[in-house]
Design a protein around this ligand. Structure first.
Ligand SMILES: C[S@@+](CC[C@H](N)C(=O)[O-])C[C@H]1O[C@@H](n2cnc3c(N)ncnc32)[C@H](O)[C@@H]1O
Length: 334
């Protein structure tokens, strides 16, 4: 067990679960509880806001959670970059990175603010046949990482910086807990920001455009009705966060690796993917929408959608070619 955790009681270095000060970290359902911070902070008066996924839970990955993760080039390249070191998967969610990297032999400490997401990570690991002893799960706040300075070799914080009102504090925390020479491995923090479509065929582009039109219609109408009739706006804290600028100022070096990978065509039906997630209030920008309002607005939008495009499209495969898997992995080096 790693000996670089920070005791939540006295702040001194400790190994889990007990500190020399006498404090013992609570361990429940396979999760070490290293914070009592709330799942979500959204009050206007709060200094820093963030959206934990406790209420999103299973709607985040939807039915794809039950598909065994395909260990493709992005994971093998990441494992190669990490080497023998210890990885912190910060805001690990339901284990999109923890599980395949543990399967590849990486030693992983996984942290998230949401108990629900951490419990789903166990589910994903079980489906993948990965022993839980291969990773350490912690409920922790990324704004105050419970590790001492210079403790881990690599950090991944995928798709989470946009969920906080002050993401630069998390980047500072990542830098603090990395050893000298340690690596912050970044994929794509801005939703839709990393897709490289240049090398798609015309047919692939057309399929992506069609899916984009369906998603755009539903998302646009949903938030249009909420704004016009209920005065509710989507919650977006830091979608425009300039990770590159903040990291380039803070880290001493940077490397970009390119992953040669086959384009990944999701094979899941539209109704089981985007519609399932949006219908379950599974996107962070829906976090402030009261459930009863969400339900009636979403039903209305789906009626409009099916009368425009037909009900058959719900059963079609959501053809989205995830281009970011063909582009680089940016590694900021401390
Ligand atoms: C979009 S999910 C990404 C999950 C995973 N990294 C992935 O790539 O699939 C964002 C995750 O950030 C977590 N999160 C949000 N605010 C957090 C905070 N302050 N501390 C730790 N985790 C947080 C949420 O609970 C959620 O699981």
């Amino acid at each position: 067990m790693c000996n670089f955790f920070k005791c939540p009681e006295c702040g001194q270095v400790m190994s889990l679960p007990s500190c020399s000060c006498g404090y013992t970290v609570e361990y429940k359902n396979g999760i070490y509880h290293l914070t009592d911070a709330p799942y979500i902070i959204k009050e206007d008066s709060a200094d820093i806001k963030y959206i934990g996924y406790e209420d999103i839970g299973e709607y985040y990955s939807g039915k794809s959670l039950f598909d065994k993760i395909n260990i493709d080039g992005i994971y093998t390249k990441t494992a190669e970059i990490i080497g023998n070191g210890v990885l912190l998967d910060l805001a690990c969610g339901d284990g999109l990175f923890t599980v395949p990297l543990a399967a590849l032999g990486i030693s992983v400490i996984s942290m998230d603010i949401s108990d629900k997401m951490l419990s789903l990570l166990y589910k994903r690991a079980e489906i993948a046949g990965i022993e839980p002893s291969r990773f350490t799960l912690c409920r922790a706040n990324a704004l105050d990482i419970p590790l001492i300075d210079n403790s881990v070799d690599a950090v991944i914080a995928n798709s989470m910086l946009h969920l906080l009102s002050k993401p630069e504090i998390v980047v500072g925390e990542i830098h603090r807990v990395l050893k000298k020479g340690g690596k912050f491995i970044a994929f794509d923090d801005k939703p839709n920001g990393g897709d490289s479509i240049d090398n798609f065929t015309e047919e692939e582009k057309a399929e992506n455009n069609k899916t984009g039109e369906f998603i755009g219609f539903i998302h646009h109408r949903y938030f249009e009705i909420l704004k016009n009739e209920y005065n509710i706006n989507g919650t977006r804290y830091s979608w425009k966060f300039d990770r590159e600028k903040v990291c380039s100022d803070m880290f001493s070096d940077k490397k970009i690796y390119s992953v040669e990978n086959k384009r990944n065509k999701d094979k899941i039906k539209f109704k089981d993917a985007f519609i399932y997630r949006m219908g379950g209030k599974g996107f962070s920008d829906q976090s402030d929408v009261p459930y009863d309002i969400h339900k009636s607005v979403f039903e209305r939008v789906m009626c409009e959608f099916t009368s425009k495009y037909g009900t058959e499209v719900l059963d079609t495969v959501e053809t989205f070619y995830a281009g970011f898997r063909d582009t680089g992995i940016t590694v900021y080096i401390k």
